[in-house]
Design a protein around this ligand. Structure first.
Ligand code: 13P
Length: 341
């Protein structure tokens, strides 16, 4: 492992004014997104859609530091036969790969999940590196509900995240460590704070035990935020202030950067929250986005599977990428959110 090189890639992923595009939806998830815009999900439509994003020259070269790909996509070629990975590299962004294989029920813990994908991971990472991937992602899922999460679920998910991260670094790939506490429930922001704190503390404990070099990783956490069904939604300033307090209490300064997931927040909320946190300033790590839905909902709608809408889809993507890029520097204003054609 060359830690200096891992650190260089990690820092590039969180370049101020840039962030990560999470385009790593599994075939099942992208089908759900396509269903919502009445587009059939085939290998070709998935390719066309992602090619549209990766050929958004302005967004990719100015606002996107890296792209997380799904296994199918990393091996796909564009219509003109250029590998999609090459399109990303040519734009100046770094290709990355989702390497987890989704979640399964956790035995003995009803309603809780464990992420699969450690078997043969070392071999898979080697192939992804040869194809151009310089970072990877693994998502652990923790749900908040009555009597959950259990200590067991927190522990085994943290253990798997650290196993994955250590294997990535051995393969000269920067791990994005993503312990996602879901915002699906009716819990308030303080419950989210308390659960996320336990999850992050356990995750960093496991990372230390398994000798993961913190300088060569990126953390991808949820924000401290009330559940979607909560009767008490949190104002932007409260989300920002509590998320910063939470992260300061758990995330060592050796971690180069934190790239948030959007987790079901509206496009504008995800931007406003990131912006408000960066306005607080004085942080030991860089804070940016690694959004999936909050970057892609608008372009998906504008595109709607039609070749004649590609330019509109690219404009919508560029707009959201630019808004979040500004937020990564604390320079976003609500007034910039004028409608894009
Ligand atoms: P969302 O921003 O849609 O939550 O997706 C980010 C991601 O990569 C989840 O694993």
């Amino acid at each position: 492992m060359n830690l200096a090189d891992l650190n260089k890639v990690a820092l590039a992923m969180v370049t101020p004014g840039k962030g990560v595009l999470a385009a790593d939806e599994s075939s099942g998830t992208i089908k759900k997104r396509f269903d919502a815009i009445s587009v059939e999900s085939t290998e070709e439509t998935r390719r066309d859609y992602r090619e549209m994003l990766f050929r958004s020259q302005e967004a990719m070269s100015k606002y996107v530091s890296g792209v997380i790909l799904y296994d199918e996509t990393i091996w796909q070629n564009a219509k003109d036969d250029t590998p999609l990975v090459k399109l990303i590299e040519q734009s100046g962004a770094i290709p990355g790969i989702k390497v987890d294989e989704g979640t399964q029920g956790l035995p003995g813990c009803p309603g809780e999940l464990i992420t699969a994908g450690l078997d043969k991971l070392a071999e898979r990472l080697k192939k992804y590196y040869e194809r151009g991937a310089r970072f990877a992602k693994w998502r652990a899922v923790i749900d908040i509900g009555q009597n959950i999460p259990s200590m067991t679920a927190i522990h085994v998910n943290a253990h798997a995240l650290a196993r994955y991260a250590a294997l990535c670094q051995q393969a000269q790939i920067v791990p994005i460590v993503e312990p996602e506490v879901l915002m699906d429930g009716d819990h308030d922001i303080d419950r989210c704070f308390e659960v996320t704190q336990r999850v992050l503390n356990k995750t960093f404990q496991e990372l230390r035990v398994q000798r993961v070099a913190l300088e060569g990783m990126i953390l991808k956490p949820n924000m401290a935020i009330a559940g979607k069904k909560s009767a008490k939604p949190s104002p932007v300033e409260e989300v920002a202030e509590k998320t910063i307090r939470l992260l300061k209490s758990c995330v060592p300064a050796a971690v180069p950067g934190i790239a948030f997931l959007s987790g079901g927040q509206s496009d504008e909320d995800a931007t406003a929250h990131l912006n408000a946190m960066n306005r607080i300033g004085g942080l030991p790590w860089r804070l940016t986005f690694s959004y999936g839905r909050a970057l892609q909902a608008a372009p998906q709608k504008a595109w709607s599977g039609k070749a004649e809408n590609v330019a509109a889809g690219q404009r919508a993507f560029t707009h959201r990428a630019r808004m979040n890029a500004l937020a990564s520097k604390g320079e976003w204003e609500a007034g910039l959110e004028k409608k894009v054609a």
